[in-house]
Design a binder for this molecule. Structure first.
Ligand SMILES: [Fe+2]
Length: 241
């Protein structure tokens, strides 16, 4: 059995969003913690909170081709395996919204796929000789709740070579689908990790867009992490057309 993911309110520096998030009830204890901790930066993981449309980025060659036994939002454990994924466990939380007023989008399918700790995808086209991790799920999905919130427990992916001269920094691919919105495919990066400054895909964005797509991971208390221990987490809000 997987542990349930933690619940924490996601405060924000943006007044409009703060107002909208007043009803963003992700749990009583989390809400209390957030209130008590004031400006705690857990909520500020991915640049500025805004209703600016999330920039699309290429899907890349490693979108999952086949279904897997375990497709949930905890990528650190695979049903049937006895171990857990190698690498740094992180929590990603955010809200799916649309429009200039950040209307929450409920029922959006949020898919993520990524390399494991070593930088290897579980995909037949990945020629990276780095080892696979049998305890890592590689691909997961979540459905945004009534308030637009979603969350994933995963690991910080490894960097990997895209060519002989190009290293891709740690990143997680996202695809967000909803019947009433244009499907968004993009990638999330992590502040302070290697190769961000030389990545052709990230650097193709404007600086303001790069800020939106680069998550600052911050330490969480065990309570904030929902029993996952002392780990880091960040927030990635997604604004659809
Ligand atoms: Fe990738």
């Amino acid at each position: 059995m997987k542990s349930s993911l933690p619940k924490t309110t996601l405060p924000t520096a943006n007044p409009l969003r703060r107002k909208l998030l007043q009803g963003f009830a992700l749990g009583g204890i989390g809400s209390l913690l957030s209130t008590l901790s004031g400006s705690r930066v857990w909520a500020l993981g991915a640049g500025t909170s805004s209703c600016v449309q999330t920039p699309p980025q290429t899907e890349g060659p490693f979108y999952p081709q086949t279904s897997q036994v375990d497709e949930d939002a905890d990528l650190t454990y695979v049903t049937g395996q006895t171990g857990t994924a190698l690498g740094e466990v992180i929590l990603i939380r955010g809200q799916v919204t649309s429009g200039k007023t950040c209307e929450p989008v409920a029922g959006a399918l949020v898919e993520i796929w990524q390399a494991c700790y070593s930088g290897r995808y579980n995909h037949p086209d990945d020629t990276n000789p780095a080892p696979l991790d049998p305890n890592f799920q590689y691909w997961g999905k979540a459905t945004s709740k009534a308030d637009g919130s979603y969350e994933f427990k995963t690991i910080l992916p490894g960097a990997y070579p895209a060519s002989a001269t190009w290293m891709r920094p740690a990143h997680i691919h996202f695809k967000i689908s909803h019947a009433q919105h244009k499907t968004l495919t993009t990638q999330l990066y992590f502040e302070g990790t290697p190769y961000l400054d030389t990545d052709q895909i990230l650097q193709a964005l404007k600086p303001s867009e790069r800020a939106l797509m680069t998550m600052k991971l911050v330490p969480l208390s065990p309570l904030e992490a929902g029993g996952a221990g002392f780990i880091r987490g960040g927030r990635f809000d997604i604004s659809l057309r």
